[in-house]
Design a protein around this ligand. Structure first.
Ligand SMILES: [Zn+2]
Length: 244
């Protein structure tokens, strides 16, 4: 018996280069008033967990794209509608990058903020749960026997910044592959995660993408609230406990 009530959104951003003026190519600190065009978002790809299709919202979908090649307002508006429907979102280093980048763009574009949505950050989780050589998405996916990130053509970001449509399509493809890899890594990591943003009640698997009732009781545990019956899911091996 599986119960997949939560809508879990797996997503990833591709942001642009920014245009700056500087004296030296080795210059590390660019004066803020030398920023000509602030970075923005080329595209966002996403997938609802459990569904096959990976969608992309790209600058190219904006009917006025050719008039303002550095605008991401369309991407921001459309993705706001999508992420607002999610019960939980998943992104790799999403807490440090994707959600901040998105929120910053909303602020500067005069768009409304997002609701507070619980999330899983697979990068921060990998960092806290495992001692691996790298917590990069590409590395994690390959170590788990899956494909890695797509190799990008040289100068792709520059061409996207210049509004080249072919390159933006290529960027969207790269973006969708990242979402596919993220979905794979997230699924593999889930049974190891002990703290979830939402906890299924009763004797059910705590892994939100499983939630099976096919569990096996394996001993007892105690905490400040009393005695718990410990169990393991027969389908995904996730551990959980049930207050008695
Ligand atoms: Zn399970």
């Amino acid at each position: 018996m599986k119960d997949k009530k939560q809508k879990i959104l797996i997503w990833d951003i591709e942001s642009s280069l920014q245009e700056v003026l500087c004296f030296d190519t080795r210059e590390q600190n660019i004066a803020l008033d030398n920023i000509e065009i602030e970075r923005y978002i080329h595209c966002i790809s996403y997938k609802w967990y459990g569904e096959k299709k990976i969608h992309t919202i790209s600058q190219l979908n904006d009917t006025n794209f050719k008039k303002h090649i550095h605008s991401d307002k369309y991407v921001l508006t459309e993705f706001s509608k999508i992420i607002s429907q999610a019960d939980i979102w998943v992104a790799h280093f999403g807490v440090g990058f994707d959600i901040k980048m998105f929120n910053g763009r909303l602020l500067l574009s005069g768009l409304p903020p997002l609701p507070n949505i619980p999330h899983y950050d697979t990068c921060l989780l990998a960092r806290s749960l495992f001692k691996l050589n790298s917590n990069k998405l590409d590395y994690l996916a390959k170590q788990l026997g899956y494909k890695g990130k797509t190799e990008n053509a040289k100068g792709l970001w520059r061409k996207c910044f210049e509004g080249d449509e072919k390159s933006l399509k290529q960027m969207a493809k790269y973006n969708r592959n990242d979402v596919d890899i993220l979905n794979f890594v997230f699924e593999k990591m889930m049974p190891f995660i002990k703290i979830h943003p939402i906890t299924p009640k009763d004797a059910k698997c705590k892994n939100l993408i499983c939630q099976s009732s096919n569990i096996e009781f394996r001993g007892y545990g105690y905490n400040k609230n009393g005695k718990y019956r410990r169990f393991q899911c027969r389908e995904c091996s996730t551990w959980g406990s049930y207050k008695i």
